[in-house]
Design a protein around this ligand. Sequence first.
Ligand SMILES: Nc1ncnc2c1ncn2[C@@H]1O[C@H](COP(=O)(O)OP(=O)(O)OP(=O)(O)O)[C@@H](O)[C@H]1O
Ligand SMILES: [Mg+2]
Length: 232
Amino acid sequence: MGYLLETNGLCKHYHRAGSTVEVLRGVDFRLEPGGTAAIVGRSGSGKSTLLNILGGLDLPSAGRVLVDGAPLETARRREREHWRARGVGFVFQFHFLLPDFTALENLLVPVGGLGPVGPADRRRALTLLEAMGLGDRAGHLPGELSGGEQQRVAVARAFMNRPRVVLADEPFGNLDREIGERLGDLLFTLHRQEDVALVLVTHDPALAARAQACWRLEQGVLVADAQEVAPT
Ligand SMILES: Nc1ncnc2c1ncn2[C@@H]1O[C@H](COP(=O)(O)OP(=O)(O)OP(=O)(O)O)[C@@H](O)[C@H]1O
Ligand SMILES: [Mg+2]
């Protein structure tokens, strides 16, 4: 089976105040269609940088990102944008919900970016909110929801456009452990129901252990994190 996402020798450096910071120094990553991977590593090791490159939000300094075996850097701009808008759903550590839009409307925003919003989109948004246990909160503004509920809206939003992969960067890092675990359950349930691949950056070993593969980003390269590979 081919890989949905693959990187070969991915490097990223930043020039800062006359010096160069090498963040990624040859990352080789693979993810099968519908697969799950966790990425752990200390703060500043480059996890968010890697996730942003995988999602087409940032470009590598060297090396390649392949989507379905085709290199993203030689793809036309439209194809890259297509990958970012259609192929990927993002969940960030901070939810970035639009404060003046209800939970339901927040889910419809990414749809509106691609075309007119129809009744089927509304039904799907509601179904996703229900899957996240928020069916009765669809009409609430983010400010009327708890932190955990807001993050659940953000997770539902990431799945809205039927992406091929959801990239989640410390999705529950701000929540207490128990709530984080419950939301982890919901996230993995949606991944299975929707048959969407999942890449999860997390500091939580219990959450990382749920993924089929767990990688540690260390000194700019990915190494298999043997202790945390989940039994399958
Ligand atoms: N735009 C930028 N310009 C310069 N340096 C940057 C930039 N973005 C990130 N860095 C640096 O790259 C390194 C990796 O950052 P990154 O955000 O990927 O780490 P991380 O593993 O996600 O950390 P955390 O767990 O704290 O979120 C850090 O040293 C950071 O300071
Ligand atoms: Mg980060």
